[in-house]
Design a protein around this ligand. Structure first.
Ligand code: CA
Length: 234
């Protein structure tokens, strides 16, 4: 059973989320506060995804996200944000959360995001179960983590270490917008004080290597105002 933890203090919104997710085949567990959510998480097993509202009484959604991440890297986390100002904070937080949805949202939008994240969480867990986590396949591409190689339709693509690390970051977060700042920290490290342009330069070079038409990328696409994402949809 696909199990979701819903953390939202407004009962009407929480109920709305639960009903729609239940209809789509998800089991839901509801919490009205971050404190309650942590208690549930610590005492129950099998959560795949957590939906976290940001404005909560007591501990807020950001802190809750951090607390959950401290416990596990395997839980999928989606933040629900009401105000556009929260977006700035969100992008800084994307290291901990996997995705975010802006309120108000339609049931279909929420479901699409949950389904997409669930696929990733499930893929990750099943590759771990089968012990084949060395290799990540996305469409025509195959990334071998152990050998540190990337191939497209069976043909090897030469990558620098930095390029490999960028691709690895995208492949472990497919269909997720990754901010330039996040990529910078992930690949170049926390102590790197250079410019985010270095990310753009590397992305451009990567596109030359992996895209059929680098000026019209289909895989490594730009997310305007935010960064980049690896697109698995055709
Ligand atoms: Ca709230």
């Amino acid at each position: 059973m696909k199990k979701i933890l819903i953390v939202e203090d407004e009962a009407a919104i929480r109920g709305f989320e639960a009903i729609n997710l239940n209809r789509a085949g998800y089991e839901t567990v509801e919490a009205g506060s971050a404190e309650e959510a942590l208690e549930l998480f610590d005492n129950e097993e099998g959560f795949d995804i957590a939906l976290l509202d940001i404005s909560l009484p007591g501990m807020d959604g950001f802190t809750l996200c951090k607390e959950l991440r401290r416990r596990t890297g395997e839980l999928g986390i989606i933040m629900l944000t009401a105000r556009t100002q929260e977006m700035d904070k969100i992008s800084g937080l994307m290291m901990g959360a996997d995705d975010y949805v802006t309120k108000p949202f339609s049931p279909s939008e929420l479901l699409a995001r949950v389904d997409s994240l669930y696929r990733r969480v499930d893929m990750h867990n099943s590759s771990k179960r089968s012990g084949s986590s060395d290799e990540i396949r996305l469409g025509d591409f195959s990334l071998n983590i152990r050998k540190r190689t990337l191939s497209k339709c069976g043909k090897d693509i030469e990558l620098t270490q930095v390029e490999f690390q960028i691709i690895e970051y995208f492949f472990t977060n497919p269909d997720t917008a990754l901010g330039r700042g996040d990529i910078l920290v992930k690949v170049w490290g926390e102590a790197y004080y250079g410019e985010e342009k270095i990310v753009d330069v590397n992305i451009r070079r990567l596109r030359m290597k992996i895209e059929d038409d680098p000026s019209r990328p289909k895989h490594l696409v730009t997310v305007w105002g935010m960064g980049y994402k690896w697109n698995t949809e055709e």
